[in-house]
Design a protein around this ligand. Structure first.
Ligand SMILES: [Fe+2]
Length: 229
């Protein structure tokens, strides 16, 4: 039976396990697991986690009513949703930073575009975090869970200097994570599924706006360099 730690690691992309001398390591690649385990240890894949994932969240009290129970999420869905909340929070700060830094020709349009983007993201993560909390996952939106996830995405995106390309990288990460959850086999109630699909839909529009602007700046390198400080 996979443990809560197994599922959390699986959702973070660490699909392989190495066990050696009583120490367990979770890693993203088979070769790493084999190397860590060495000839004395054991290496295996967590591939069967999603198919066995429709299990109860141990933090759900057995006294929940049938009405409450209908909205409860399993651990895999909670872990993924915690990751999506963190991505959206990181995305808000990233867009707001671009909103503050917009300058030069086209300043006002960019300032307004990034303002629309960061404000729309805020409403999304607030609703998603509330759905996860109602689903039995309050712990996943605790600051000690969110802070490292927000930091790791922010640091990756910060490596991209151009704010439009940076936004497109963040949008690609968000869409990949939501699609991975929807295709994971974890139990996602209909309401949550519809909500996640509405986020994907809204972000498709964001990608369109960012791509238009990135393309127009690409055709005009003089303007583009002004953004890459
Ligand atoms: Fe502002």
């Amino acid at each position: 039976m996979p443990t809560k730690q197994d599922i959390t690691q699986y959702c973070r992309g660490n699909r392989f396990v190495a066990v050696r001398g009583g120490k367990t390591s979770y890693v993203p690649r088979r070769a790493q697991a084999l190397a860590l385990a060495g000839p004395q240890g054991q290496a295996y894949e967590l591939a069967d986690v999603p198919s066995r994932s429709v299990r109860r969240n141990p933090e759900i009290s057995p006294e929940t009513t049938p009405a409450e129970d209908a909205y409860k999420l399993d651990i895999g869905a909670i872990t993924f949703c915690g990751g999506i909340v963190a991505l959206l929070i990181a995305m808000r700060t990233m867009y707001q930073s671009a909103h503050w830094q917009a300058h030069g020709p086209g300043f006002y349009g960019d300032h307004k575009l990034f303002s629309d983007l960061y404000k729309s993201v805020e409403a999304e993560y607030d609703t998603l975090a509330e759905k996860v909390t109602a689903g039995g996952g309050a712990y996943v939106v605790d600051l000690d869970n969110l802070a490292p996830a927000i930091k790791s995405s922010s640091m990756l995106w910060a490596r991209v200097a151009d704010p439009f390309e940076r936004g497109l990288k963040a949008e690609a990460d968000l869409a990949a994570t939501i699609n991975e959850l929807l295709n994971s086999g974890f139990k996602v109630p209909r309401g949550l599924q519809t909500f996640l699909e509405s986020i994907l839909d809204a972000h498709g529009k964001n990608v369109y706006f960012l791509t238009q602007r990135a393309d127009s700046l690409r055709e005009n390198p003089a303007r583009r360099t002004r953004y890459c400080r």
